[in-house]
Design a protein around this ligand. Structure first.
Ligand code: ACO
Length: 274
């Protein structure tokens, strides 16, 4: 495809029994996110999203890290050297795949096997569920090298945990382990690393038994209502359910057919014949 081999290798995936296991795959660099990795992850997410053999996506990391955050050399230093254009384009690529993941068609699970720093909080929040190894370490280390927790990381902290926890975590630059991350609400559960994959497989298998239209409607509803008043949420949920009920909207297809094939009406001038 003309994609450099090095780019392809930054993300690995396998699909097995309905589960897509996607790994950040730069173990030698603790899976820190370079522009190459960000571009490749978007391609992989694209490829898997609508596959019939994929019901759940799990995001994990090869080696000892989930992700050591942004690549300080390739994502920051080298793109900054290209000026604002370089910085903005690197941001678009990383924020782009995190956003894609937040609204992914299939339910997603973060399987946090090890280090999770800074920019890693973007994909952490993007995944619908999260399970961490007790041994994993989470940190907003930005303060330790002199920036604020950007790329959404500050927002993720206040969304997931209390104001005081978020403030302490960002100002102190101290790491917390998987257990604490579960206590703080960063992840659903912490499990010993040796049993992490087994537990995530169990959860994924439950999701695979559910109605896929309902799963997508539900995950979106949970994310959307966070930002709504009660009345707006109530209204959104009624409409979202009704939209899900008519997911396979035949009328719309009939409207296109009568215009394009039958030429019996023009949508600009009137309505199709029901
Ligand atoms: N950016 C660039 N390179 C990195 C990063 C990173 N974020 N993290 C690790 N690496 C590289 C190291 O430079 C080293 O490269 P080398 O082998 O060419 O020397 C290699 O990955 C292995 O890293 P070590 O530090 O040797 O691994 P160790 O297991 O001892 O430590 C740890 C792991 C704690 C994760 C450490 O690598 C680290 O502190 N990384 C930075 C974490 C961080 O603060 N990330 C930025 C968050 S802020 C943000 O994302 C916006």
């Amino acid at each position: 495809e003309g994609v450099e081999q090095t780019e392809l290798e930054t993300v690995a995936f396998t699909v097995e029994n309905g589960i897509a296991w996607v790994s950040l795959n730069r173990p030698d660099k603790r899976n820190c996110m370079s522009p190459r990795l960000n571009r490749q992850m978007m391609r992989v997410l694209d490829e898997l999203e609508y596959r019939d053999d994929v019901g759940v996506l799990v995001l994990t990391g090869e080696g000892t890290a989930w992700t050591a955050g942004m690549d300080l050399k390739e994502y920051f230093r080298e793109t900054e050297a290209q000026g604002l254009k370089g910085t903005r384009s690197a941001q678009r690529e990383s924020y782009g795949w995190w956003r894609r993941l937040r609204w992914y068609q299939k339910p997603t699970i973060a399987m946090v096997n090890g280090w999770c720093f800074g920019g890693g909080y973007g994909p952490l929040f993007a995944c619908d569920l999260a399970f961490a190894a007790e041994e994993a370490q989470f940190g907003l280390s930005e303060i330790n090298w002199g920036i604020l927790p950007g790329g959404g990381a500050a927002k993720v902290a206040v969304e997931l945990t209390s104001f005081r926890n978020a403030m302490y975590h960002s100002l102190m630059g101290e790491n917390i382990d998987g257990r604490k991350a579960a206590e703080w609400g960063f992840v659903n559960e912490a499990i010993p690393l040796a049993r992490l994959k087994e537990r995530v497989t169990e959860v994924a298998n439950v999701l695979l038994t559910k109605n896929p239209v309902a799963l997508k409607a539900t995950k979106d509803a949970i994310r959307r209502v966070r930002e709504m008043t009660y009345d707006n949420a109530e209204d959104y949920l009624v409409r979202a359910q009704e939209a899900a009920n008519s997911f396979d909207n035949e009328g719309r297809k009939e409207g296109i057919k009568q215009f394009i094939d039958d030429k019996t009406y023009k949508p600009g001038l009137g309505a199709y014949d029901k």
